[in-house]
Ligand binder design. Sequence first.
Ligand SMILES: [Zn+2]
Length: 63
Amino acid sequence: MDNLKCPYENHGQLEKRPLKRQTYEQMYCGDWYDCTYPGCNYSLLIPSEEILKLYAREAKASE
Ligand SMILES: [Zn+2]
């Protein structure tokens, strides 16, 4: 996944968060992208396939 941009104007592209800087839970959830613009804390999570499957299963179970 690339070409992800911060929703704020002129902030530019989001950078993939290095695995080193992630907790185990964050890695498990999927890929994290951060805005590198100074002072901007915008980040985006692209859910992993495991998580999406899990969610689909839970949605079915609660029907
Ligand atoms: Zn930003």
